[in-house]
Design a protein around this ligand. Structure first.
Ligand SMILES: [Fe+2]
Length: 399
């Protein structure tokens, strides 16, 4: 049965039932196909190859995709394999494809911008990879800084903050009112606050009976937070309400920089840290939360995905006997590097300043401080990567 995809009357292009803005200056200049594949030639000389089954699966017509929910309703498993019968360009450059199968025929149309955005050639996929901007002490003078009012009131301020977080893994905010709870307002501009066993947010002050090292005045070595959770929070916001005690500077290091250097200089340790899990555990009177994960997390292509390191939450190693000694050695090598000041960004937060950083990449710590010399009151909370990316994608639709 033939069914035409709806056209977006305003732009004259195909409505892909996809809210992302599919703008492109590129044009398709040639279309060729076999029953199983379609080959597009773009005006910059590039090619896109699409499989018939992929195109059929992504048909945006209202019988294949719900026009209000914008979700897929087509179930490829319930249909015989479709072959490409015809393929041609329409008047506004859109691609029209007619599929044929034992069920009959089906017409689909695809917008140029959508096809360009979803091209899965090797070159296109390589270009789509977001590469972190690695940093060390030398690069830390370029630390991205965003003004509170810009962030709260403008798209460009919010975007600058979100993009810095994604690229650098860290961003400093200045000039916020130094009020308790202000960090929640800042976090909620991105999305819901991620609560943990410490609540929706926590105060970092020295306490008489601390249940965590953060609540003392002692030095804290570099670490990632909540390593004992199966999925630790993605981003930490650390807001300074007051800081006039002697000491207490914040120390940060780009775990991806350290890990990449380890991969280059000591591949054996890198391999062990990416293959074998380390156990972590937090327990107090109300909870007992435990998880294990490799120190260095990699994606399927070997790119860095996460760093997890926290010595006071580290529990008992549970690995094959012949791995125990090599893994301790590899952990020590990584830890030694973390202590190397050439990786350290040291910053003494002032009242009304806030650091945000990736808890899967940037390790944080602090110098000890002397609570008898003044007050040090920081507040912390967490937000999620999905909300960060959602805000960026939503802004991309409008700009
Ligand atoms: Fe921490």
């Amino acid at each position: 049965m033939l069914s035409a995809a709806p056209t977006n009357k305003a732009s004259g292009t195909i409505d892909m039932l996809d809210l992302a803005a599919d703008r492109t200056d590129r044009r398709i200049i040639q279309v060729s196909h076999s029953p199983d594949e379609l080959l597009l030639t773009w005006d910059d000389g590039r090619f896109s190859r699409f499989h018939a089954l992929w195109l059929r699966d992504n048909c945006p017509c209202p019988s294949c995709r719900h026009p209000q929910a914008l979700e897929r309703t087509y179930k490829f498993i319930d249909h015989p394999a479709a072959k490409i019968a015809t393929a041609s360009l329409g008047a506004s450059g859109e691609l029209s494809v007619e599929f044929a199968s034992t069920e009959g025929r089906h017409a689909s149309s695809f917008s140029t911008g959508w096809l360009h955005r979803h091209c899965y050639s090797e070159a296109a996929r390589y270009e789509r990879v977001k590469r972190p901007r690695l940093w060390d002490r030398a690069a830390s003078c370029d630390l991205p800084v965003v003004d509170f009012a810009d962030y709260m009131n403008t798209d460009h301020g919010l975007r600058a903050w979100l993009e810095a977080l994604c690229s650098w893994g860290i961003v400093l905010m200045r000039n916020a009112p130094a009020e308790p709870g202000k960090l929640l307002e800042i976090g909620r501009r991105v999305g819901p606050i991620r609560a943990t066993n410490f609540g929706e947010y926590y105060d970092v002050v020295s306490m008489p009976n601390p249940n965590a090292s953060a609540y003392t005045a002692m030095e804290l070595e570099l670490h990632t937070d909540l390593a004992n959770w199966r999925w630790p929070p993605d981003y930490q916001l650390l807001f300074c309400v007051r800081n006039d005690a002697v000491g207490g500077g914040s120390i940060l290091a780009d775990g991806f920089r350290v890990a990449e250097d380890l991969r280059r200089d000591d591949p054996e340790s890198f391999d062990l840290l990416s293959r074998y899990p380390v156990e972590f555990r937090f327990h107090d009177e109300s909870c007992d939360i435990s998880a294990s994960a490799p120190t260095i997390g990699l994606d399927g292509d070997g790119r860095l995905r996460s760093v997890r390191f926290n010595n006071w939450l580290r529990s008992t190693l549970d690995v094959p006997a012949d791995v125990v000694a090599p893994l301790y050695r590899a952990l020590g090598r990584f830890w030694e590097r973390l202590r190397d000041p050439s990786y350290h960004l040291t910053i003494r937060l002032r009242a009304g300043e806030m650091l945000a950083y990736s808890n899967h990449r940037v390790l944080h710590g602090r110098e000890s401080f002397d609570p008898s010399t003044g007050g040090r009151h920081l507040q912390g909370c967490y937000i999620t990567h999905d909300d960060v990316m959602s805000r960026l994608r939503s802004m991309d639709r409008r700009s």
